[in-house]
Design a protein around this ligand. Sequence first.
Ligand SMILES: NC(=O)CCC(=O)C(=O)O
Length: 283
Amino acid sequence: MSILRPLKLALVQLATGVDKAANLARARAKVIEAAKAGANVVVLPECFNSPYGTNYFPKYAESLSQPGSSQSFATLSEVAKETSIYLIGGSIPEIDPATNNLYNTSLVFSPTGDLLATHRKIHLFDIDIPGKIKFKESEVLSPGDSMTTFETEYGKIGLGICYDIRFPELAMAAARKGCFAMVYPGAFNMTTGPLHWSLLARSRAVDNQIYVALCSPARDLDATYHAWGHSMVVDPNGEVMEELEASEGIVIADLHNERVEEVRRGIPVTTQRRFDVYKNVAV
Ligand SMILES: NC(=O)CCC(=O)C(=O)O
């Protein structure tokens, strides 16, 4: 990896509600605020234009087959261009009009407002912890079937959505394809958040010696789903660089591409792997 300009990353822990137009307007204002603070890559949370819940996805879903007709696409593209930043647009519920399938989809825009990448959540959030939380995204959503990485002048970035972080193979594959950072818009909850959110971010960072950023919605105790919050950036050595609490805010961190090489030189697991021993892992 060559030395590139540092990336100033902003995570917008957005307060969202039931009014889509208000969510979009608030997201736009916060992206502008982050850009004014010097950020050159800005991230929004999972389902930033709607409340998070299977009953909401069909109602809020937008088709991306004719981007001009998507209110969320237009807002993201315009504000990325206006502020000249890369915008990782959290995620939105998407409907494919050809199949009527719904997806949890993240759109990434370049500083010229052009669409750079589209990631459909690969691993759907289906869990059942008795007495605590039951959630089944697959009741309404279909899974994406490809991994997503994109190039910037600051380095290559990998993208996952929330539950995708629980699958170390995805981050590992992205790191092995040259990504120096993984970004996950996500909305953990009050059961798994305290236990696993930070642990998973630090684990993916240490596994792969890359930066990991998680961007959550702010917690809203009047909503049906209580997001954990705690948007954070972890460095390639597994240290939490910045972390918010539960309420709305913006966290900013400088990511240095060469830090990845520095950490990998110190603990060279990247070159010590024994794929000859565990090559048949997909059994
Ligand atoms: N939105 C999600 O995918 C939630 C994932 C989550 O909370 C978890 O524990 O995993």
